[in-house]
Design a binder for this molecule. Structure first.
Ligand SMILES: [Zn+2]
Length: 381
């Protein structure tokens, strides 16, 4: 156990290494796991978590760490090295074409199968955690991509709170989480001053945070059916820490302070005595919306994208939010196409490149007024 300096554990996978920092005493609660840059180009997370480690090193020195904190500023070094023709590509694994934040394992059924052999009166939450850890320690995957996912799941398994920090293309701070997780995630949204929060139970193809919440919802249900009151239920979320280019030390230090203050609220840290009641702690989280209240606006044509609304701007139906210019159209007045808002809401994310093809999502609007847009799915970035 370290005191003055963070323990650094290198977890080998594929041909690379992931650096993990652990603070506090292993086994103490709450255990909080934070990782950044699963999509390897979304490095606002990396800088923020790097500065968070500095704050936690001080907290460790001052004996203020009460729980166990695991921080991985860049969890995807293989993705970090993916350059093609001088451009970095961090969202998809070039070795297999898969989205790095999809296809995490569903281990709940196997845990339940193993727990089913144990007498109900002997069941408890720690047993479920240990069973999952044992299962994950024995998994061997032939595919480097699957092994990578297992390694991340192994590092984070058993945490009370799992925070996966990404960024969107261009965006304000926003979060994805689940209704069950929200009570413990709400303060994080407030500290980060998130402008949009989306809650949903299940989306497409098992992203990292959802793999945790999904597994624990099933295991907790199993335990409760056997009259055991399952005390542990993970709270997980995906934080979108603005856009790809919002990588600035001042912002990163601000975000690190927000994560630090949240860890105080979560009971993982004692507060810094001199700033125990900061203004940030008094913020109220934004009212969450459901995933089907998000309108994903697509471009009708291929061409040059011009955004007409700023991030965080509120729009109403019929307002022009973007225009697309078709340079192949020989009749000038036909070359421009307007994209208008279909519902009222806040523009919380925009596409970052200005050349788009027909059908691409160019803007995300978080709907107000409970309006429904059936068919939308969560797309954490
Ligand atoms: Zn991402």
């Amino acid at each position: 156990m370290f005191r003055s300096m963070p323990e650094i554990k290198c977890v080998p996978f594929s041909a690379n290494e992931t650096v993990m920092y652990r603070f506090g005493t292993p086994g103490t609660r709450p255990r909080v796991y934070l990782q950044g840059a699963l999509h390897a180009d979304e490095v606002s997370a990396t800088l923020a978590l790097h500065y968070l480690c500095e704050l936690l090193t001080v907290a460790e020195r001052e004996n203020r760490v009460r729980g166990e904190l695991i921080v991985v500023p860049h969890c995807n070094p293989a993705g970090l090295r993916q350059f093609v023709h001088g451009r970095h590509l961090g969202r998809f694994d070039l070795s297999d074409g898969r989205n790095f934040n999809r296809g995490f394992p569903d281990i709940a059924d196997e845990i339940i199968h193993r727990l089913g052999r144990i007498a109900p009166q002997n069941l408890n939450t720690e047993m479920a955690i240990d069973t999952g850890a044992s299962l994950l320690s024995k998994v061997r995957c032939e595919s480097p991509g699957d092994q990578f996912r297992i390694e991340l799941f192994r590092m984070s398994w058993g945490a009370d709170i799992v925070i996966d920090v990404h960024s969107d293309m261009e965006s304000v701070v926003h979060l994805y989480s689940s209704p069950a997780s929200w009570p413990r995630i709400e303060r994080l949204a407030a500290h980060l001053d998130a402008q949009t929060v989306m809650l949903g139970e299940v989306s497409a193809d098992m992203p990292f945070d959802e793999a945790h919440s999904h597994a624990w919802s099933k295991v907790a249900r199993f335990l409760m059916e056997r009259d055991y009151c399952a005390a542990h239920r993970v709270s997980s979320c995906t934080v979108e820490l603005r856009g790809l280019a919002d990588v600035e030390p001042a912002l990163a230090r601000q975000d690190a302070a927000a994560f630090h203050d949240y860890l105080v609220d979560a009971g993982a840290l004692d507060p810094i005595a001199s700033i125990a009641s900061s203004a940030a702690a008094l913020r109220t989280a934004v009212q969450p919306i459901s995933l089907d209240e998000v309108d994903m606006i697509t471009s009708p044509i291929t061409g040059v994208l011009v955004h007409c609304k700023d991030l965080g701007e509120r729009v109403v139906p019929g307002e022009v939010i973007a225009r697309v210019f078709d340079p192949t159209e020989i009749v000038p007045y036909r070359a421009w196409r307007e994209i208008v808002a279909r519902y009222s809401g806040v523009v919380f994310a925009r596409w970052h490149q200005r050349t788009v093809r027909a059908g691409m999502v160019v803007c995300k609007i978080g709907g107000a007024n409970g309006e429904r847009k059936p068919g939308n799915v969560r797309l954490p970035d």
